[in-house]
Design a protein around this ligand. Sequence first.
Ligand SMILES: N[C@@H](CCC(=O)N[C@@H](CS)C(=O)NCC(=O)O)C(=O)O
Length: 393
Amino acid sequence: MKVYGDLLSGNCYKVKLLLHMLDIPHEWIHIDVTKAETHSDEFKAINPNAKIPALVLDQGEVLCESNAILNYLADGTDYLPSKKMQRAQVLQWQFFEQYSHEPYVAVARYIKLYLGLPHDRMEEFESKKIGAAKALKVMEQHLLDHRFFVAEMFTIADISLYAYTHVAQDGDIDLKAYPAITAWMQRIEAKLKHKTMLDFIKLQKKQENNKKRLEQNLTAEHSDTKVAKMTDISSRSMHNYSLKDLAGYTLNLSDYENQIVLIVNVASECGLTPQYRGLQNLYKRFASQGFAVIGVPCNQFGAQEPGSELEIKRFCDLHYKTTFPMTSKIEVNGDDQHPLYEYLCGTEAKFPGDITWNFEKFLIGKNGQVIKRFGPKIEPESDEVIQAIESLL
Ligand SMILES: N[C@@H](CCC(=O)N[C@@H](CS)C(=O)NCC(=O)O)C(=O)O
């Protein structure tokens, strides 16, 4: 069978978790919601409602709606009780999830994690958090007297509710106020075959990297950027490159044409990590004049960026409330150096030489050419950096 989905979506994660727990072989086809891939004619031929997840059986039959998929897959297994009333109770909680929980918890998370909490969605965000609190209270009350939602056993009702609850903090929803929910999540997480959303995402990234490495070995060149084939450095520009962002979506640097950009390799566990504060201040101060900071997490300096992309995002949200764009983790030096860094500091670069440590900065002009390079210890809000930015705006 095939599943069309995105692991960062709780609705899709539910399906992935059950497939994993039941050891059902399947092909997972990544659909990028942020690129409107659900609205392509090809995908709408599968689900005219233009939503993931969608399950396609080998015979071509299609099933949509995450909870319907769970019911189909769990039929005849321990994850769906056989008694009439208990099956109806599973549905009761799944309808609750779709009507009273997901529209609040998932949407608050979407506004925060995907959209970066824009000012014009703030009011909606706050109202979603109120709705989320109501749903969580209902769950909390039930779990004060029950180990699981139905029949005191782990069923697909638990999977449905766990999916967005275990990542609620991505939407700034604190579960500390719900001890019974926290204990229930721990019971689920203790299950032998349990995996969090983050676990699946890490696994997927690892598989993608292995595949990429294999392709790179075969073609002996980097494949994720068109510039790799160019030899003349003077004809290159930062705008030729593309990377992935922290959520795994493509970040085309051509989107920054006509902007001034400060590219900084970052890390969460470095003595210089508080520079995030200065970087965010710079971003806030000059963004309206056409300036952006792009953070590039890298684990090559003292292994001070060990976490996954989601962990890095959470760290930045929690400690520095950063809103500037960040790429996925890359290598900035060495054999696996990303081509962007070959452009920034390779032998033919304007300021050649390996990156020395976390928080080295490159100031890029409106045409995508490197203007200045600042060492890690130069504070983002130092006169030097501010004057250089102002001279370009
Ligand atoms: N009730 C549906 C909701 C599915 C849903 O909202 N999917 C989102 C991702 S979580 C989606 O496909 N959004 C794309 C869009 O609306 O354009 C389910 O449970 O499967």
